[in-house]
Design a protein around this ligand. Structure first.
Ligand SMILES: Cc1ncc(COP(=O)(O)O)c(C=O)c1O
Length: 508
């Protein structure tokens, strides 16, 4: 087990236990009489179709908050112990289990760190949930642009020097700095450098490590952000390390730069009073597996991924993007659990390859862009599927190229359309995101929106990078870019009108 934080309170020897999972299982299976919610009563009152779909155990273990011996009773309760063990595994001072994803963590951190009128510096390609958090909190954003690879249409991380420049431009300083690492493409930022810069400016560094919950648990992986000096991090545990969808963790270091009481209050504010025991039990279990067996599981996956990479690289026109990018601006390290395949050499777009893989082999990738297809591997990735993949991809490319010709119009049109990178666009935040989001708005034809204040956050999805945010003045460049994105087949996340015919703006 590679990391340890407050080991004195939670000896490493306790990592093989899963106190919350065990307490929920004990209660769920012991046949207690349930005169409490949920109304399905451990499955007895559930629709038979749901029972056979989920199995009896899932319904028996679906228990509410405030059950003696699970999350109430003598402290530390199993629930408190589970969060403490997670904090320990990640080298954090405190962990909060989240049942509404890392999105909930970003909402809570904005509420805790960026109150009304308070300014934060955020990476432009932060996840939409950071801006949503500012809508909730009333905080104000300033932006730092990530490094950008125009050829691949890929935003990377933030360089410490860029962060320093951006911070020096914000009059009156900022309450916190929010950066993202790793990116959707598995590229990790120089977190130690960014932490130094943020701390020198008197601000805590928050790292959205949604995609890196496994970092720090194997030597071949980047270190965990907290080990590199970050003050708080998010781990979207469901993405890679095996907890159930929608579960995640918010972890705060012992640096004292982040007010833990404020974070705790904010987490409660954005949490249901009925958080799912299944989600939280899955977090406890995922932490145990990661801490106890993670290194070996990751080892198998990393080896299988290396073999798959070699096989994919041998396919004419396909190039694997990854380790060779380390050292480029915005990339200090890299996640081998991401397979990013540049398919431009085939003459096809990533969108075409991804839909052909789906049609021919029922293979569903995480992300397709004009240039790439991206596969996300899990902590215990089934190796056979990876072994098959290079063959399936080779066949797919061959068939699709012969059906559509080697230089399809789609691929080159898409490439041309995306020569203007979203991070280079000027952004003019004229109104606080909260005021724009809550203000009176109207839908106008997109061309007429130029010069008006957007009330929408619009991002090409995946990867959910906002191009337009609430409170920003709409420019002609932004409209051109978003139009190009839709015509290239990307979905516009957050747009009230997904066809992008109209845009909602503040009533003048
Ligand atoms: C960088 C980043 N942060 C946060 C999130 C939100 O995570 P979740 O889906 O767990 O709410 C995502 C989702 O993809 C993400 O990419």
């Amino acid at each position: 087990m590679p990391t340890s934080g407050s080991g004195a309170e939670q000896p490493l020897a306790q990592q093989p236990t899963a106190p919350y999972l065990e307490a929920v299982t004990a209660y769920g299976l012991r046949g207690s009489t349930r005169f409490h919610v949920p109304g399905h009563k451990g499955g007895a009152g559930a629709d038979p179709g749901l029972r056979s779909a989920l199995g009896d155990s899932a319904l028996l273990l679906d228990v509410p908050q405030d059950i003696e011996g699970i999350d109430i009773g003598p402290s530390p309760t199993p629930y408190e112990r589970a969060e403490a063990l997670a904090a320990d595994a990640y080298g954090a001072d405190h962990c909060w289990f989240l049942t509404n994803g890392a999105s909930q963590g970003n909402h809570a951190l904005c509420l805790a760190l960026a109150g009304p009128g308070k300014r934060v510096l955020m990476q432009r390609n932060s996840h939409a949930s950071v801006i949503d958090g500012l809508v909730l909190s009333g905080g104000l954003p300033s932006f730092v642009a990530p490094e950008y690879d125009p050829e691949l249409g890929m935003a990377h991380g933030v360089e410490p020097a860029a962060l320093e420049t951006a911070l020096s431009r914000v009059e009156g300083g900022v309450e916190a700095v929010f950066i993202v690492s790793p990116t959707y493409y598995g590229m990790a930022t120089d977190i130690a450098g960014c932490a130094e810069v943020a701390h020198a400016a008197g601000a805590p560094l928050v790292v959205d490590c949604a995609w890196g919950a496994h970092f720090g648990f194997h030597d071949a992986l980047p270190q965990s952000p907290l080990a590199l000096g970050a003050d708080a991090m998010l781990a979207s545990t469901h993405k890679i390390v095996g907890s159930l969808t929608q579960s995640a963790m918010l972890l705060v270091s012992g640096s004292g730069r982040v007010d833990q009481a404020a974070v705790g209050r904010a987490v409660r504010l954005v949490r249901s009073t009925s958080p799912s025991s299944l989600l939280m039990a899955s977090l406890d279990a995922a932490r145990r597996q990661l801490a106890v067996h993670g290194e070996l599981l990751l080892d198998h996956t990393i080896h299988a991924a290396a073999q798959a990479r070699a096989a994919i690289s041998a396919i004419p026109g396909c190039e694997v993007v990854g380790e060779q990018f380390i050292g480029r601006p915005g990339i200090a390290a890299w996640d081998p659990l991401r397979l990013v395949i540049d398919v431009r050499g085939t003459g096809l777009s990533g969108y075409q390859v991804s839909s052909a893989l789906r049609a021919s082999y029922d293979i569903h990738v995480e992300l397709a862009t004009h240039a790439t297809v991206v596969l996300v591997l899990g902590i215990g990735q089934p190796v056979e599927a990876l072994e098959r993949f290079a063959h399936d991809l080779a066949e797919t490319v061959k068939r699709t190229v012969s059906a559509s010709g080697p230089h399809s119009a789609d691929a080159s049109a898409t490439r041309n359309a995306l020569t203007e990178p979203p991070v280079a666009l000027g952004h003019d935040t004229a109104v606080a995101p909260r005021d724009a989001f809550l203000g009176e708005s109207e839908a106008v034809p997109v061309d007429e929106a130029v010069g008006r204040i957007s009330t929408e956050a619009v991002a090409g999805y995946p990867p959910g990078v906002p191009t337009l945010l609430p409170g920003e003045r709409v420019t002609a460049e932004v409209i051109t870019y978003l139009r190009a994105l839709t015509s290239a087949g990307a979905r516009l996340h957050g747009a009230a009108d997904p066809s992008f015919t109209t845009l909602r703006v503040l009533v003048a």
